[in-house]
Design a protein around this ligand. Structure first.
Ligand SMILES: [Zn+2]
Length: 349
Protein backbone atom coordinates (compact mmCIF):
# COMPACT_ATOMS: atom_id res chain seq x y z
CA UNK A 1 0.00 0.00 0.00
CA UNK A 2 3.04 2.26 0.03
CA UNK A 3 2.36 3.27 3.62
CA UNK A 4 4.79 0.90 5.39
CA UNK A 5 7.20 2.77 7.59
CA UNK A 6 5.25 6.05 7.73
CA UNK A 7 4.44 6.88 11.40
CA UNK A 8 0.73 6.72 12.24
CA UNK A 9 -1.86 7.00 14.99
CA UNK A 10 -4.81 4.59 15.29
CA UNK A 11 -8.38 5.66 16.12
CA UNK A 12 -10.59 3.13 17.94
CA UNK A 13 -14.33 3.81 18.27
CA UNK A 14 -15.90 1.55 20.89
CA UNK A 15 -19.64 1.00 20.62
CA UNK A 16 -22.26 -1.16 22.26
CA UNK A 17 -21.93 -3.89 19.62
CA UNK A 18 -18.85 -3.18 17.52
CA UNK A 19 -15.45 -1.48 17.43
CA UNK A 20 -14.62 0.64 14.42
CA UNK A 21 -10.97 1.41 13.65
CA UNK A 22 -9.00 3.76 11.42
CA UNK A 23 -5.37 4.70 10.74
CA UNK A 24 -4.16 8.30 10.34
CA UNK A 25 -0.65 9.21 9.17
CA UNK A 26 1.18 11.91 11.11
CA UNK A 27 0.75 14.22 8.10
CA UNK A 28 -3.05 13.84 8.31
CA UNK A 29 -4.02 11.17 5.72
CA UNK A 30 -6.61 8.52 6.63
CA UNK A 31 -5.53 5.10 5.30
CA UNK A 32 -9.01 3.54 5.68
CA UNK A 33 -11.86 4.64 3.38
CA UNK A 34 -14.72 2.56 4.79
CA UNK A 35 -15.38 0.73 8.03
CA UNK A 36 -13.14 -1.85 9.69
CA UNK A 37 -15.47 -3.28 12.32
CA UNK A 38 -15.20 -6.14 14.80
CA UNK A 39 -17.47 -7.14 17.73
CA UNK A 40 -16.80 -5.00 20.83
CA UNK A 41 -17.71 -7.66 23.46
CA UNK A 42 -18.69 -4.84 25.81
CA UNK A 43 -21.45 -6.99 27.31
CA UNK A 44 -18.82 -9.59 28.37
CA UNK A 45 -17.20 -7.01 30.67
CA UNK A 46 -14.04 -4.88 30.66
CA UNK A 47 -11.40 -7.59 30.24
CA UNK A 48 -13.00 -9.07 27.14
CA UNK A 49 -13.66 -5.59 25.76
CA UNK A 50 -10.01 -4.49 26.18
CA UNK A 51 -8.92 -7.62 24.29
CA UNK A 52 -11.47 -6.83 21.58
CA UNK A 53 -10.02 -3.30 21.25
CA UNK A 54 -6.50 -4.77 20.94
CA UNK A 55 -7.82 -7.05 18.17
CA UNK A 56 -9.41 -4.06 16.44
CA UNK A 57 -6.01 -2.34 16.43
CA UNK A 58 -4.27 -5.44 15.03
CA UNK A 59 -7.05 -5.89 12.48
CA UNK A 60 -6.86 -2.36 11.07
CA UNK A 61 -3.06 -2.54 10.90
CA UNK A 62 -3.30 -5.83 8.96
CA UNK A 63 -5.95 -4.28 6.69
CA UNK A 64 -3.73 -1.28 5.86
CA UNK A 65 -0.40 -3.16 5.82
CA UNK A 66 1.01 -0.86 8.51
CA UNK A 67 3.55 -2.45 10.91
CA UNK A 68 2.82 -2.05 14.62
CA UNK A 69 6.26 -0.48 15.22
CA UNK A 70 5.23 2.74 13.45
CA UNK A 71 2.13 3.33 15.64
CA UNK A 72 2.94 6.37 17.81
CA UNK A 73 -0.33 6.71 19.74
CA UNK A 74 -3.95 5.54 19.93
CA UNK A 75 -7.13 7.59 20.21
CA UNK A 76 -10.08 5.89 21.92
CA UNK A 77 -13.71 6.95 22.15
CA UNK A 78 -16.64 5.24 23.88
CA UNK A 79 -20.23 6.13 24.66
CA UNK A 80 -20.58 8.08 27.92
CA UNK A 81 -21.02 8.83 30.64
CA UNK A 82 -17.32 8.76 31.42
CA UNK A 83 -14.76 11.20 32.81
CA UNK A 84 -12.44 13.25 30.57
CA UNK A 85 -9.72 10.71 31.31
CA UNK A 86 -11.79 7.71 30.27
CA UNK A 87 -13.15 6.39 33.56
CA UNK A 88 -16.65 4.95 33.04
CA UNK A 89 -19.26 6.47 35.32
CA UNK A 90 -19.55 4.82 38.73
CA UNK A 91 -23.32 4.80 38.19
CA UNK A 92 -22.85 2.63 35.10
CA UNK A 93 -24.39 3.41 31.74
CA UNK A 94 -26.63 1.99 29.05
CA UNK A 95 -23.75 0.50 27.07
CA UNK A 96 -21.60 -0.58 30.00
CA UNK A 97 -24.24 -2.45 32.00
CA UNK A 98 -21.99 -5.18 33.44
CA UNK A 99 -21.15 -4.19 37.08
CA UNK A 100 -17.37 -4.53 36.52
CA UNK A 101 -17.55 -1.49 34.20
CA UNK A 102 -18.52 0.88 37.01
CA UNK A 103 -15.61 3.23 37.67
CA UNK A 104 -13.43 1.25 35.21
CA UNK A 105 -10.51 3.19 33.70
CA UNK A 106 -10.90 2.04 30.08
CA UNK A 107 -8.23 4.45 28.78
CA UNK A 108 -5.61 3.38 31.33
CA UNK A 109 -6.37 -0.31 30.82
CA UNK A 110 -6.01 -0.05 27.05
CA UNK A 111 -2.77 1.93 27.43
CA UNK A 112 -1.30 -0.82 29.63
CA UNK A 113 -2.52 -3.56 27.28
CA UNK A 114 -1.07 -1.92 24.16
CA UNK A 115 2.05 -0.29 25.60
CA UNK A 116 1.16 2.88 23.65
CA UNK A 117 -0.12 6.31 24.75
CA UNK A 118 -3.93 6.41 24.58
CA UNK A 119 -6.03 9.59 24.48
CA UNK A 120 -9.73 9.44 25.34
CA UNK A 121 -12.94 11.26 24.37
CA UNK A 122 -16.59 10.34 24.61
CA UNK A 123 -18.17 9.50 21.24
CA UNK A 124 -20.04 12.80 20.89
CA UNK A 125 -16.86 14.78 21.49
CA UNK A 126 -14.90 12.62 19.03
CA UNK A 127 -17.53 13.13 16.30
CA UNK A 128 -17.56 16.88 17.03
CA UNK A 129 -13.78 16.99 16.64
CA UNK A 130 -13.99 15.13 13.33
CA UNK A 131 -16.70 17.44 11.96
CA UNK A 132 -14.59 20.44 12.97
CA UNK A 133 -11.38 19.24 11.32
CA UNK A 134 -13.08 18.08 8.11
CA UNK A 135 -14.91 21.38 7.76
CA UNK A 136 -12.01 23.70 8.52
CA UNK A 137 -9.03 21.66 7.26
CA UNK A 138 -5.80 23.63 7.55
CA UNK A 139 -7.57 26.38 9.53
CA UNK A 140 -8.99 23.98 12.14
CA UNK A 141 -6.68 25.04 14.97
CA UNK A 142 -7.78 28.67 14.56
CA UNK A 143 -11.54 27.97 14.52
CA UNK A 144 -14.32 27.08 16.98
CA UNK A 145 -17.51 25.04 16.59
CA UNK A 146 -20.44 23.45 18.39
CA UNK A 147 -21.84 20.08 17.29
CA UNK A 148 -25.23 18.62 18.22
CA UNK A 149 -25.64 14.95 17.34
CA UNK A 150 -29.16 13.56 17.55
CA UNK A 151 -29.25 9.86 18.38
CA UNK A 152 -30.80 7.81 21.19
CA UNK A 153 -29.82 10.82 23.28
CA UNK A 154 -28.42 14.20 22.23
CA UNK A 155 -24.62 14.19 22.16
CA UNK A 156 -22.04 16.48 20.71
CA UNK A 157 -19.24 18.72 21.76
CA UNK A 158 -17.72 22.16 21.93
CA UNK A 159 -14.47 22.72 20.03
CA UNK A 160 -12.33 25.79 20.70
CA UNK A 161 -9.11 26.50 18.75
CA UNK A 162 -9.32 22.99 17.26
CA UNK A 163 -9.56 21.18 20.60
CA UNK A 164 -12.48 19.68 22.50
CA UNK A 165 -13.46 21.64 25.60
CA UNK A 166 -13.43 18.91 28.27
CA UNK A 167 -14.20 20.85 31.44
CA UNK A 168 -12.97 20.38 35.01
CA UNK A 169 -14.88 17.14 35.57
CA UNK A 170 -14.94 16.12 31.92
CA UNK A 171 -18.56 17.14 31.53
CA UNK A 172 -18.33 20.12 29.21
CA UNK A 173 -20.32 19.87 26.00
CA UNK A 174 -23.18 17.88 27.52
CA UNK A 175 -25.49 19.80 25.24
CA UNK A 176 -28.43 17.46 25.73
CA UNK A 177 -28.93 18.62 29.30
CA UNK A 178 -28.94 22.36 28.64
CA UNK A 179 -32.34 23.87 29.54
CA UNK A 180 -34.19 25.53 26.68
CA UNK A 181 -36.85 28.25 26.66
CA UNK A 182 -40.05 26.50 25.59
CA UNK A 183 -42.31 29.49 24.79
CA UNK A 184 -43.58 29.10 21.25
CA UNK A 185 -41.89 25.73 20.83
CA UNK A 186 -44.52 23.52 22.47
CA UNK A 187 -48.12 23.43 21.29
CA UNK A 188 -50.73 24.96 23.64
CA UNK A 189 -51.80 21.74 25.40
CA UNK A 190 -48.48 19.91 25.05
CA UNK A 191 -46.97 18.61 28.33
CA UNK A 192 -43.44 19.84 29.19
CA UNK A 193 -41.06 17.11 27.91
CA UNK A 194 -38.93 15.24 30.44
CA UNK A 195 -35.42 13.78 30.14
CA UNK A 196 -33.94 10.60 31.62
CA UNK A 197 -31.45 12.83 33.51
CA UNK A 198 -34.28 14.21 35.64
CA UNK A 199 -34.59 17.60 33.95
CA UNK A 200 -37.71 18.84 32.22
CA UNK A 201 -37.42 20.90 29.05
CA UNK A 202 -33.75 20.31 28.29
CA UNK A 203 -32.49 19.84 24.72
CA UNK A 204 -32.46 16.03 24.86
CA UNK A 205 -36.05 15.94 26.11
CA UNK A 206 -37.00 17.19 22.61
CA UNK A 207 -34.12 16.52 20.20
CA UNK A 208 -33.45 12.77 20.55
CA UNK A 209 -34.95 9.45 19.51
CA UNK A 210 -35.81 8.83 23.17
CA UNK A 211 -37.70 12.13 23.22
CA UNK A 212 -39.79 11.08 20.21
CA UNK A 213 -40.84 7.87 21.95
CA UNK A 214 -41.29 9.35 25.40
CA UNK A 215 -42.57 12.89 24.80
CA UNK A 216 -43.27 14.00 21.24
CA UNK A 217 -45.01 11.06 19.59
CA UNK A 218 -47.47 10.40 22.45
CA UNK A 219 -48.59 14.04 22.26
CA UNK A 220 -48.72 14.35 18.46
CA UNK A 221 -50.68 11.10 18.11
CA UNK A 222 -53.46 12.75 20.12
CA UNK A 223 -53.55 15.45 17.40
CA UNK A 224 -53.55 12.90 14.53
CA UNK A 225 -55.76 10.14 16.00
CA UNK A 226 -56.04 8.02 12.85
CA UNK A 227 -52.31 8.02 12.16
CA UNK A 228 -50.83 4.60 11.19
CA UNK A 229 -48.07 4.99 13.83
CA UNK A 230 -50.74 4.78 16.56
CA UNK A 231 -50.92 1.02 16.03
CA UNK A 232 -47.16 0.41 16.29
CA UNK A 233 -45.32 -0.38 19.57
CA UNK A 234 -43.84 2.93 20.86
CA UNK A 235 -40.11 2.10 20.38
CA UNK A 236 -40.71 0.94 16.81
CA UNK A 237 -43.02 3.83 16.05
CA UNK A 238 -40.36 6.32 17.19
CA UNK A 239 -37.83 4.86 14.75
CA UNK A 240 -40.36 5.00 11.90
CA UNK A 241 -41.06 8.73 12.31
CA UNK A 242 -38.07 9.79 10.18
CA UNK A 243 -39.27 7.75 7.19
CA UNK A 244 -42.69 9.39 7.45
CA UNK A 245 -40.94 12.78 7.66
CA UNK A 246 -39.05 12.06 4.45
CA UNK A 247 -42.37 11.37 2.74
CA UNK A 248 -43.78 14.69 3.96
CA UNK A 249 -46.16 13.30 6.60
CA UNK A 250 -47.66 16.15 8.68
CA UNK A 251 -47.32 14.49 12.10
CA UNK A 252 -43.68 13.59 11.44
CA UNK A 253 -42.90 17.09 10.17
CA UNK A 254 -44.47 18.57 13.32
CA UNK A 255 -42.16 16.39 15.45
CA UNK A 256 -39.05 17.26 13.44
CA UNK A 257 -39.97 20.95 13.42
CA UNK A 258 -39.95 20.86 17.22
CA UNK A 259 -36.59 19.06 17.20
CA UNK A 260 -35.10 21.61 14.77
CA UNK A 261 -36.46 24.49 16.87
CA UNK A 262 -34.89 22.93 19.97
CA UNK A 263 -31.51 22.69 18.21
CA UNK A 264 -31.86 26.29 17.02
CA UNK A 265 -32.53 27.45 20.58
CA UNK A 266 -29.59 25.40 21.82
CA UNK A 267 -27.36 27.03 19.19
CA UNK A 268 -28.70 30.45 20.21
CA UNK A 269 -27.38 29.74 23.71
CA UNK A 270 -24.05 28.64 22.15
CA UNK A 271 -23.93 31.87 20.13
CA UNK A 272 -24.02 33.85 23.35
CA UNK A 273 -21.64 31.52 25.17
CA UNK A 274 -18.70 30.68 22.88
CA UNK A 275 -19.82 32.45 19.65
CA UNK A 276 -18.48 29.64 17.40
CA UNK A 277 -17.47 29.85 13.75
CA UNK A 278 -19.60 26.80 12.89
CA UNK A 279 -22.71 24.96 14.07
CA UNK A 280 -22.82 21.27 13.12
CA UNK A 281 -25.85 18.93 13.18
CA UNK A 282 -25.27 15.16 13.17
CA UNK A 283 -27.07 11.87 13.69
CA UNK A 284 -29.59 9.91 11.69
CA UNK A 285 -30.82 13.01 9.84
CA UNK A 286 -27.50 13.10 7.95
CA UNK A 287 -28.53 9.87 6.18
CA UNK A 288 -32.05 11.06 5.39
CA UNK A 289 -33.35 11.96 1.93
CA UNK A 290 -31.70 15.21 0.70
CA UNK A 291 -34.91 17.26 0.68
CA UNK A 292 -35.69 16.30 4.29
CA UNK A 293 -32.10 16.70 5.45
CA UNK A 294 -31.80 20.17 3.88
CA UNK A 295 -35.20 21.24 5.24
CA UNK A 296 -34.17 20.11 8.74
CA UNK A 297 -30.84 21.99 8.68
CA UNK A 298 -32.55 25.11 7.26
CA UNK A 299 -35.16 24.94 10.05
CA UNK A 300 -32.39 24.71 12.68
CA UNK A 301 -30.73 27.75 11.07
CA UNK A 302 -34.01 29.67 10.96
CA UNK A 303 -34.48 29.21 14.71
CA UNK A 304 -30.90 30.12 15.66
CA UNK A 305 -30.87 33.81 16.60
CA UNK A 306 -27.54 35.35 15.63
CA UNK A 307 -26.45 38.96 15.68
CA UNK A 308 -25.68 40.45 12.27
CA UNK A 309 -21.93 40.29 12.95
CA UNK A 310 -22.22 36.61 13.92
CA UNK A 311 -24.39 35.69 10.94
CA UNK A 312 -21.74 37.18 8.65
CA UNK A 313 -19.07 34.73 9.83
CA UNK A 314 -20.98 31.63 11.05
CA UNK A 315 -21.72 28.52 8.98
CA UNK A 316 -24.22 25.69 9.47
CA UNK A 317 -23.35 22.21 8.23
CA UNK A 318 -23.94 18.51 8.78
CA UNK A 319 -21.49 16.19 10.57
CA UNK A 320 -20.13 14.03 7.71
CA UNK A 321 -19.49 10.26 7.61
CA UNK A 322 -21.74 9.32 10.49
CA UNK A 323 -20.35 5.79 10.97
CA UNK A 324 -16.69 6.79 10.78
CA UNK A 325 -16.82 10.09 12.69
CA UNK A 326 -16.03 8.56 16.10
CA UNK A 327 -12.93 6.58 15.06
CA UNK A 328 -11.66 9.43 12.90
CA UNK A 329 -12.21 12.03 15.63
CA UNK A 330 -10.43 9.80 18.15
CA UNK A 331 -7.47 9.49 15.74
CA UNK A 332 -7.35 13.28 15.26
CA UNK A 333 -7.32 13.73 19.04
CA UNK A 334 -4.38 11.31 19.36
CA UNK A 335 -2.51 13.15 16.60
CA UNK A 336 -3.12 16.54 18.23
CA UNK A 337 -1.92 15.20 21.60
CA UNK A 338 1.31 14.07 19.91
CA UNK A 339 1.78 17.42 18.18
CA UNK A 340 1.15 19.52 21.29
CA UNK A 341 3.45 17.42 23.49
CA UNK A 342 3.44 17.67 27.29
CA UNK A 343 1.22 20.29 28.93
CA UNK A 344 2.87 23.71 29.54
CA UNK A 345 4.30 24.22 33.02
CA UNK A 346 2.79 26.93 35.26
CA UNK A 347 4.77 30.17 35.64
CA UNK A 348 4.67 29.98 39.44
CA UNK A 349 5.38 26.62 41.07
ZN1 LIG B 1 -31.35 15.76 30.31
Amino acid sequence: MGSAGVPVVVGLDNGGTSNNATVLTLDGQFLVDGLVEIPSEVQAGPEAAIEALARALDGVLAHTGVPREVVRAVGLDTPGPASATGVISSRGSTNFSQPAWRGFDVRGALERRLGLPVTYHNDGNAAALYAHHVHFGAEAMARSSVSAIVGTGLGGGVVEAGRVVAGAAGMAGELGHVHLPLDGLLAAEQPVPTCACGFAGDAESIASLTAIERNLLPYWLTRYPGHPLATEPPARAAKLVRGYGERGDALARAIFTQQAMALGRLFTIAANFTDPHAYFVGGGVVEAAPEFRDWFLATVREHTVLREEQAAVATFALVPDRDMAGARGAAIAALEALRSGPAPQPLVA
